[in-house]
Design a protein around this ligand. Structure first.
Ligand code: S3P
Length: 459
């Protein structure tokens, strides 16, 4: 018979309407093997870019959750046929998708507003594609997405020749886009954002002339890699990317595991005094491994095993163990490489000797929620010594959290960071709004539960 997990009391997982309240308790030993969901960034690109390719492609290990629904909904609403197969016809995986690429001119005018849900990536990449389409479309999303800055894409896409209107003097969604005949631009990104550069790169495929993009720092390069494999004219030299007009060939993609999902378990293992966790099949593209570099710099015991190339991306199994962490400073060019893991690294700072400083990270304020204030409020409520700064946080490593009540603020990464904090806290932790994890990691709570129960059995 299954033992009752020590960390996770299912009857205390309460749900009312869409609201979920999750209770987490300290666990004495943390041990197990985890396979994270497919990478969210690579998944969205695999669907979107194959939608405008000239034939069918096969995508497996697609990400899970609401963000996956958002990209599928938007591309299907533009007339792209996408079929789900479970199991995959060639039996290579439990589930896969066939994207029947409509070709560069095959998209059709959507009948209604495209809904990008909670996904900034879907909103910004789809808008880049729509900027080149000879029809009118309107893109919107949930309340969080409607509050996030869109002027950063509206400005370059307008310079290229698209007509885009939005709320707040064209800075906020909904955006109405009348695509145009685009011309190339030379553009210096004001922020090191992969969503922004990808939006411009996708529009540039359709533009007359060669577009150049100058980045202030390196951000994730999945779009560049995938476009090159699809035959596009994309060149990178240092921080400059050049994109010429291109027609895309379809590309079969097996999406690697999401390092941003794996990071929850890696940080848990490093901070917990009695832990060893193996995360399998993780994408370890160097533009995404900042979290591993920072943790190693803090003295973390992390090993990469079975490092292998899979298509455009590097994949490995990551083994993390209890570590004697010391404080660190995170800022400058490192920030875009750890942008989604900064709440977790703030948590690691609570268990590190000394004072950890996170700076140059004001972009965190315009993510799914204001992640600086959400992290500070959440961790402080669980007993952390943490202070808010305009562009980051300062954390005193007190080595212990007491637990308490905290809110996700509707943000998936805050919900999961607080749950991981709860595993280490001495007392009980309650995460209100725990349903937010479903945006990127619907299996998160079940994985937490099975890790807790198997750890209990084996301890
Ligand atoms: C993403 C890029 C990042 C990241 C987001 C996904 C992407 O944002 O925060 O979760 O898929 O391009 P920016 O690089 O735009 O800051």
């Amino acid at each position: 018979m299954r033992q009752r997990p020590s960390v996770f009391i299912p009857q205390e997982r309460t749900k009312q309407d869409d609201h979920m309240r999750q209770v987490i308790r300290h666990i004495a030993r943390l041990e197990g093997t985890i396979v994270p969901p497919g990478d969210k960034s690579i998944s969205q690109r695999a669907v979107l870019l194959n939608s405008i390719a000239t034939g069918p492609a096969h995508v497996s290990n697609l990400c899970e959750g609401d963000d996956r629904s958002s990209i599928l909904r938007c591309t299907r609403a533009l007339g792209v046929r996408i079929s789900r197969h479970s199991p995959c016809p060639d039996n290579s995986s439990d589930e896969c998708f066939h994207v029947h690429g409509a070709g560069p001119d095959g998209l059709t005018e959507p009948e209604t507003v495209l809904n990008a849900g909670n996904s900034g990536t879907a909103m910004r990449l789809v808008t880049g594609m729509l900027a080149a389409q000879p029809f009118l479309s309107v893109v919107s999303g949930d309340r969080s997405l409607r509050s996030r800055p869109m002027d950063r894409i509206v400005e370059p896409l307008t310079q290229m020749g698209a007509q885009i209107m939005g709320r707040g003097k064209d800075t906020l969604a909904p955006l109405a886009i009348r695509g145009g005949d685009l011309k190339a631009i030379d553009y210096r990104l004001p922020v090191a954002s992969a969503q922004l550069k990808s939006s411009i790169m996708i529009a540039a495929l359709y533009a007359e002339g060669r577009t150049t993009i100058d980045q202030p720092a390196v951000s994730r390069d999945h779009t560049e890699r995938m476009l090159r494999s699809m035959g596009a004219d994309v060149e990178t030299e240092g921080l400059r990317i050049a994109v010429g007009p291109s027609v895309l060939s379809p590309l079969d993609v097996r999406v690697p595991g999401d390092i941003s999902a794996a990071a929850f378990w890696i940080v848990a293992a490093c901070c917990h005094p009695n832990a060893r966790i193996r995360v399998e099949g993780v994408g370890v593209n160097s533009t995404r491994t900042g979290v591993l570099d920072v943790l190693k710099d803090m003295g973390a015991r992390i090993k990469l095993e079975n490092v292998r190339e899979d298509g455009e991306e590097l994949v490995a199994d990551v083994v993390a163990e209890s570590s004697d962490l010391r404080a660190t400073e995170i800022g400058g060019d490192m920030v875009p490489r750890v942008i989604d893991e900064l709440p977790l690294l703030a948590l690691a700072g609570c268990f590190a000797r000394g004072t950890t400083v996170i700076r140059d990270a004001s972009e965190l304020r315009v993510k799914e929620s204001d992640r600086i204030s959400g992290t500070v409020r959440g961790l402080a409520g669980l007993g952390a010594e943490i202070e808010e700064r305009p562009d980051g946080m300062v954390i005193d490593g007190v080595g212990v959290l007491t637990g308490g009540e905290c809110q996700s603020g509707g943000d998936h990464r805050i919900a999961m960071t607080m749950a991981i904090a709860g595993l280490m806290a001495t007392g009980q932790t309650v995460v209100e709004g725990a349903e937010a994890a479903g945006v990127s990691y619907p299996q998160f709570w079940d994985t937490l539960e099975s890790l807790a129960s198997s750890s209990r059995v084996s301890s």
